[in-house]
Each structure stands twice: as structure tokens, then as C-alpha cells.
Design a protein around this ligand. Structure first.
Ligand code: AMP
Length: 546
């Protein structure tokens, strides 16, 4: 028997409609270039998104069209997201930090027809434009009078589109499983692959993460997504904040410690989210300036492993609660969060910090399991490790154009490419990306664990560990270090510091110091680049073993 409840499709633009009606006066504040902060409201954004959507329709764009954006976080970028999705078109967020060849590849692969860009990206688009046959036009966020001089013919100002739009435009009706967003994975191996979100998956994800034990935004919150909108939906905040009625503060391009601090303080931000690198810069700025964080209540940290020292500095020096989250583009993106449960009551501070360092537990709508090489589920005992597989309402079931099929099994589980353990609290702990784990004498060494310990050394700014071929052990760890400015630790200093903090056989076979560790476009350590850099490297222990 079928139930008798209304069939109310979960469409992302219903979020901005809701915010406009119920939290219409709530502000969205944006830093745009060097100008004064731009201020608008959810009510205005909703009207402008509809006008933009209707203008796009009049110009021939509609259901199923791919429309890209290359922009920093701003109210204008947000308007374009809702305008594109509300039309039934697909908003493809481009990460401007990708290499030019990768951008050309993904824009052509997605068959983007139009690209919305911030004015500062026009020179980059100029370089690519001739190699993008499907792209019919470039829209620059801002007014006609502010259009930059460009070699590209017929740049369109977004304000021109909004001015020609119809504010009484009604969103077209369509199915909730319609695609609304496209984001390519960072692609550390092979070509990047497209993750195609649906309206339904994004709405469900925003509702899930707004649970009190997850991110749990409230209408009284002021939310600063430092994480860019081109990094996996800004971790859903551009949906979950208007859904809650929280004020949004959009940081634009300036993500250094001082600029982030100015917004945190100036706009009374209560919640913010970013990758560890951003928080390291903020903490360094606070340390140098002697400033504090009296208003900020909570920060989410994720995207790559976060040093314990960063989490503890937030809590112990500035009384800010840390939400350690793990996720992936393919999971919309949040998959787990390290928030305490009733079962953890009575644990010591040390035990709780130990758990906080883990990647956390699944929440309703996400299922996790770890499996061995034969796909047998492993026990949740915190010891057995395996490949992490996931399923859920906001997990990809395929990549765009059916690529990367091997990552999806017949039962609908997606192989994350991460390996780790799950403990009795349901906490997943990442050991490594499966391709980064170091295989030494048939056992695994976690590069992430080694890096986390090494960055605890006071002279170390950043640490990365890669496996180097070894005649006896197959692979052994090489620790690559960037020292703090003015510091020059020795190999012995570092190895001594590791002693007692890691298993003896995990001790790196060598330590090298370099000026800069390469990063991917989403700010992760680029292990592939590092492995290439050290491809001819011979460990001192390797020559001794031969
Ligand atoms: P992306 O799709 O670019 O967001 O990358 C997802 C990958 O980032 C995951 O598969 C993990 O390898 C890594 N990652 C994300 N969050 C964390 C975290 N909290 N700790 C360690 N690694 C993480």
C-alpha cells in the first residue's frame, strides 16, 4: 500500500526560497576584492537568483545545461548557484588552482556552455578560451561598467543579466533526482573524475549535517565558510546555512590569518570551517598579534589530517570547540565527524583527545565498513584495518560518463580509496590513502600518523612521509620536512623527537629538509608530486642492505 503523504521534491532552490520567507532579513556579507564589505540578505539573494535564472532562460539556457563558475565565496557566487540549479541546469564549480591543462580537460569533459567568473580570473580564462569549443560565453560577476578590458569578445556582466531578468519568474518543476551540481575530484592520479550531485542528495546532505551532533547550525549562528565553494559544495554550508537561517560571511580571495581574523571578529562569527592549513595560518597570526577569539564558538576542520597541536590550541588557548570531520567530494562531502557520544562519557581527557584525532563516526544517512582484499567486512575493534567503503543518500553511485567503475561494487558500496580502522565507538581512523600507505616487510606504516607526530616538533612547519623502494623491506618511510622560518633542526633532532611516540619499526629511514612541500589544488600534500621529486632517491639503509 502506498502512503498518502505529499510528494514534495527535494530541490536545492527551495532552500533559498525558505530562507527568503523565514529569514529574509538575515545578512550575507561578502569581501569582494579590496572594496568595503558587500552586504545583502537572503530575501535579496532569492529575488536576484530568480532574475538571473529567468535571464539565462531567455538567452537559451535551460534544463540539463552545464554552466560553470570560477569564483571565490561571495553572495554573487551564491546567487548564481541557486539561479543555475533552479533552472534545472547544472552548476559546475571550477577550482582555479588546478593546472591549466586540467581546467581545459574538465571544462571540455563536462561540456560547459557558459562560465561565470570573478573579474580576477578573466586573465586565466583568456588563456584557456580558445581551447574550450563548447563554451559560448563568459559572464563576469559585477556591473557592466566594471568589466575588465579583455581579449575575449562579448564578456557579459552578471548585473546586466540580473537587470534584464524577471523577478516574478517561477522556478520550473522537475524531479528531485535531476543533477544540480558537478565537482571534479582532485585527481591525484589519472584524469579528474566528475561527481554529479542531485538536488535530492544535496538537500538531504544539508539536512543531515544540520543535525545537532554533526554541524548543527542555528538561526542565531554566524557562519564563515573559509572552505571555497569550489571545494565540494563548501562542505554543504552554502545550503545548510540558509536552511538554518544563519548569517553567512563570505571571505572572497583573502584567506590569510589576518584577513580571516578580521572577518571572525568584525562580523561576530560563531562557526567557521576550513582545511588545517588555513587554521595553521590563523593560529600563527593570533600568536604573533596576541589577539584572541572571544566570539568564535566552533570550527570544523577536515580535508586532510589535522595535527593534534592545532586542535588543542583552539580548545586550550582560545576556548573554541573543534569539530574534526572527514569526507570526500564523492560524499557531498561530509562522511564522518568526531563528536562525542554517550558511550564516551567518563573517558579521560587524554582518551577523548585520542578519539578527536580520529576521523569520527558516521551519522544517519551514511553507512561505513572496512573490508579486506577479498571484500570481507572487518571487525570494529580499532585494530583490524581495511579499505573503507561507504553508502548513503549523498554518496556518488557513478562518476560522470561512467568512468572509474571499479570504485563502485555490485552492492552499491563506494570504495573511498582510504584505508583505516573502525573502533567500538564507530570511529573511523584513516591510516592512509590506499596508494600512500607504506608497505614495509608485509606490514603497513601510516604516513599520516608519522606526519602528525613530526609536525608536533617545535621547529617543523610541515611534514610529509612517502615510501621509498627498499631492497629488503619493499618500502621504507622517508620523512620530508619544511622547517619553521629561522629554525634549522637536524635529522637527529627530528628522529629523537619521534622516539617513543611511534613503533620502532616505523622510524623513518631518512629525513630530508626542503623549502616547500607541493600541494594539490585543494590544499592537500601532493604525494604524487613528492614521489616524483624523490623518484631517484636512495635511502642510506638501502645501500647498507645491498
Ligand atoms: P576531496 O575529495 O578532495 O575532499 O578529498 C578527499 C580525501 O581527503 C579523503 O579521501 C581523505 O583521504 C582526505 N581527507 C578528508 N578529510 C580528512 C581528514 N579529516 N583527515 C585525513 N584525511 C582526510
Amino acid at each position: 500500500m502506498k502512503g498518502l503523504m505529499q510528494d514534495w521534491p527535494l530541490l536545492v532552490h527551495t532552500i533559498i526560497d525558505y530562507a527568503a520567507i523565514n529569514h529574509g532579513e538575515r545578512e550575507v556579507v561578502s569581501r569582494i576584492g579590496d572594496g568595503p564589505l558587500h552586504r545583502t540578505t537572503y530575501a535579496e539573494i532569492s529575488v536576484r537568483a530568480k532574475k538571473l535564472s529567468s535571464a539565462l532562460k531567455r538567452r537559451g539556457y535551460g534544463y540539463g545545461d552545464l554552466i560553470a563558475t570560477m569564483a571565490w565565496n561571495s553572495a554573487h557566487h551564491l546567487e548564481s548557484w541557486y539561479a543555475i540549479a533552479g533552472l534545472g541546469a547544472v552548476c559546475h564549480t571550477l577550482n582555479p588552482r588546478l593546472f591549466e591543462e586540467q581546467l581545459i580537460y574538465i571544462i571540455n569533459h563536462a561540456e560547459d556552455k557558459l562560465i561565470f567568473v570573478d573579474a580576477d580570473f578573466v586573465p586565466l580564462i583568456e588563456k584557456l578560451k580558445d581551447k574550450l569549443p563548447a563554451v559560448q560565453g563568459i559572464v563576469v560577476f559585477g556591473a557592466e561598467a566594471d568589466l575588465p578590458a579583455s581579449k575575449i569578445d562579448g564578456l557579459i556582466a552578471s548585473e546586466t543579466l540580473i537587470n534584464e531578468g524577471d523577478e516574478n519568474f517561477a522556478w520550473p518543476q522537475f524531479d528531485e533526482n535531476t543533477a544540480c551540481g558537478l565537482c571534479y575530484t582532485s585527481g591525484t592520479t589519472g584524469n579528474p573524475k566528475g561527481v554529479l550531485y542531485t538536488h535530492r542528495s544535496n538537500v538531504l546532505h544539508a539536512m543531515s549535517v544540520n543535525g545537532a551532533d554533526i554541524i548543527g547550525l542555528k538561526s542565531t549562528d554566524v557562519v564563515l565558510p573559509v572552505v571555497p565553494m569550489f571545494h565540494a559544495n563548501a562542505w554543504s554550508l552554502t545550503y545548510s546555512a540558509p536552511m538554518a537561517g544563519s548569517k553567512l560571511v563570505m571571505p572572497g580571495s583573502k584567506l590569510d590569518g589576518q584577513s580571516v581574523y578580521e572577518l571572525l571578529e568584525g562580523e561576530a562569527v560563531s562557526f567557521s570551517a576550513a582545511v588545517p592549513t588555513i587554521w595553521l595560518m590563523l593560529l600563527q597570526y593570533l600568536e604573533e598579534s596576541g589577539k584572541t577569539l572571544p566570539i568564535l564558538e566552533r570550527v570544523a576542520i577536515g580535508g586532510s589530517a589535522c595535527p593534534l597541536a592545532v586542535m588543542q590550541a583552539f580548545k586550550e588557548k582560545y576556548d573554541v570547540e573543534v569539530l574534526h570531520a572527514w569526507g570526500m567530494t564523492e560524499m557531498s562531502p561530509i562522511g564522518t565527524i568526531a563528536m562525542p557520544t554517550a558511550a564516551m562519557e567518563g573517558l579521560s581527557d587524554e582518551e577523548l583527545w585520542g578519539l578527536k584525532q580520529k576521523q569520527g563516526r558516521a551519522f544517519y544517512s551514511v553507512q561505513l565498513k572496512i573490508v579486506d582484499d577479498d571484500n570481507n567486512e572487518q571487525p570494529r575493534d580499532g585494530v583490524a584495518y581495511g579499505a573503507l567503503k561507504v553508502r548513503g543518500t549523498a554518496v556518488a553511485k557513478s562518476y560522470l560518463k561512467g568512468e572509474g567503475r571499479q570504485a563502485f561494487d555490485a552492492d552499491g558500496w563506494f570504495d573511498t580509496g582510504d584505508v583505516g580502522t573502525i573502533d567500538a565507538f564507530g570511529y573511523f581512523q584513516i591510516t592512509d590513502r590506499s596508494k600512500d600507505v607504506i608497505k614495509s616487510g608485509g606490514e603497513w606504516i601510516s604516513s599520516i600518523d608519522l606526519e602528525n607526530v613530526a609536525v608536533g616538533h617545535p621547529d617543523v612547519a610541515e611534514a610529509a612521509v612517502i615510501g621509498i623502494a627498499h631492497p629488503k623491506w619493499d618500502e621504507r618511510p622517508l620523512l620530508v620536512i619544511v622547517a619553521n622560518a629561522g629554525a634549522s633542526p637536524s635529522k637527529d633532532d627530528i628522529l629523537k623527537f619521534l622516539e617513543g611516540k611511534i613503533a620502532k619499526w616505523w622510524m623513518p629511514d631518512d629525513v630530508v629538509f626542503i623549502d616547500e612541500i607541493p600541494h594539490t589544488a585543494t590544499g592537500k600534500i601532493n604525494k604524487l608530486g613528492l614521489r616524483e621529486k624523490f623518484s631517484d632517491y636512495v635511502l642510506p639503509t638501502a645501500t647498507a642492505a645491498e
